[in-house]
Design a protein around this ligand. Structure first.
Ligand code: CA2
Length: 144
């Protein structure tokens, strides 16, 4: 099974500020955590991060025929991007939404998720572990 993990804007800045919300580990540590989780689960994983909405749309489109599942933390684009929602709907690759923080307990604007409308499952507020839970969910629920 091949899984693509997509992280949106500012996730590459993890650990630099707001450790109370996002923890003190950096993006490199997140990548190591995701790769370790995938290896434990016996699935192949590629990771992609961008601060640009169109680049995220491009990578979702390019995933068609190459990946069995997508784990996506669209970061701030979660709450604004119909383009990412449409891309996920277009490729119809099973997708799981992840947020490091508990978005549903934060500001009202963070409780709106466009991308989530095309995702089969959501893990929010579990820190890095949400990515592992998402990988395991895809492994259990997607036939390939
Ligand atoms: O909780 C999450 O994973 C979020 O997707 C993270 C986004 C935020 O806009 C979403 O509402 C929830 C923010 C990404 C990281 O932002 C940073 C802010 C300050 C310092 C470092 C990273």
């Amino acid at each position: 099974m091949k899984i693509l993990v997509i992280n949106g804007p500012n996730i590459n800045m993890l650990g630099i500020r707001e450790p109370d919300i996002y923890g003190s580990r950096n993006y490199e540590a997140l990548l190591a955590y995701i790769r370790g989780s995938a290896a434990e689960a016996g699935v192949d994983v590629d990771c992609f991060q961008s601060n640009h909405e169109g680049a995220i749309v491009d990578v979702i489109q390019d995933a068609l025929g190459k990946y069995d599942g997508i784990v996506i933390n669209p970061a701030a684009y979660t709450h604004t991007s119909v383009a990412i929602l449409d891309a996920l709907k277009a490729v119809r690759i099973p997708a799981v939404e992840v947020h490091i923080s508990d978005v549903d307990a934060r500001e009202p604007f963070r409780q709106i998720s466009y991308a989530g409308m095309a995702c089969a499952q959501k893990y929010a507020g579990y820190g890095f572990e949400g990515y592992k839970l998402a990988i395991l969910w895809l492994k259990e629920n997607v036939n390939n």
